[in-house]
Design a protein around this ligand. Structure first.
Ligand code: 5GP
Length: 204
């Protein structure tokens, strides 16, 4: 049986650029980890594709998945459900592949309770002014949603202490490089490689 893969969780405040950084991580190629596509009840934005960006579902459908115990985590965020389907994550980790989640902070804390040996990466804004301009600059949301997102963002920054790594998103490419080097180093941890060496020695 292969060694179980690592669960990598990228999270951080609203508007910090989690989605952009996550897409850039996967566009950068030569990765050994798989993206877990989230499920949501929010409406599709222009250009988004069901089964690629998200699994877009109704509230009823989402609640059925929750009731059936099919979600690793879920959270309600600005009036919509977002969550991580459990079966894909388990199957992929069991195959020995790493799984990458990009989720908001309430969900990340739920994953931490269930999978304490996950790798928790907190993406931080270079400064709060930049955070505000990114939230406003996205231009796809109403003003009250923007204000609500800002409020949530401030509380989320206090959450950093619960994470293993803090990565500044000053430039997307730099943030991507930092995240990839964290994942690479995690594979060199003695606790992750020890059993392999013990097995090798026994087979000598
Ligand atoms: P958006 O509506 O902009 O695509 O995403 C809103 C927020 O939901 C982002 O912070 C994003 O990281 C988060 N999110 C996306 N997928 C999930 C998920 O599966 N679970 C949780 N808890 N949050 C998610």
């Amino acid at each position: 049986m292969p060694e179980r893969g690592l669960l990598i969780i990228l999270s951080g405040p609203s508007g910090v650029g989690k989605g952009t950084v996550r897409k850039a991580v996967f566009d950068s190629g030569d990765n050994d980890f798989e993206y877990s596509i989230s499920m949501t009840t929010r409406k599709k934005r222009p250009g988004e594709v069901d089964g690629v960006d998200y699994f877009f579902r109704t509230r009823e459908e989402f609640e059925q998945e929750i009731a059936a115990g099919q979600m690793l985590e879920y959270a309600e965020y600005v009036g919509n459900y977002y969550g991580t389907p459990l079966s894909y994550v388990n199957k992929t980790l069991d195959e020995g592949k790493d799984v990458f989640l990009e989720i908001e902070v309430q969900g990340a804390m739920k994953v931490k309770d269930k999978v304490p040996d996950g790798i928790f990466i907190f993406l931080t804004p270079p400064d709060l002014a930049a955070l505000k301009s990114r939230i406003v600059g996205r231009g796809t949301d109403e003003l009250d949603v923007i204000e609500k997102r800002m409020e949530i963002a401030l509380a989320e920054i206090e959450m950093m202490s619960h994470y293993d790594y803090a990565v500044v998103n000053d430039e997307v490419n730099l943030a991507v490089g930092r995240i990839k080097s964290i994942i690479e180093s995690e594979h060199y941890r003695v606790k992750r490689v020890l059993s392999k060496y013990v097995k090798m020695i026994k087979e000598l």
